[in-house]
Design a protein around this ligand. Structure first.
Ligand SMILES: [Zn+2]
Length: 58
């Protein structure tokens, strides 16, 4: 059985879940990487990161 693991990540701004390779932008905040489907989402995140990060960790 062959299983290819595609790591999916969630865009914290719009809630989109996609494979990492399909994400267009990355931001690093507090040592953690966040992936975004568009540059616009990244910009929104960068302006107020704490607003978009879910409280209480993963
Ligand atoms: Zn997005």
């Amino acid at each position: 059985m062959t299983r290819i693991k595609i790591e999916k990540v969630r865009d914290p701004v719009c809630g989109m879940i996609k494979p990492k390779s399909k994400m267009r932008a990355i931001s690093i905040y507090m040592g953690k990487k966040y992936y975004f489907c568009t540059e616009g989402d990244k910009r929104m995140f960068d302006r107020h990161p704490e607003h978009w990060i879910p409280k209480g960790g993963e």
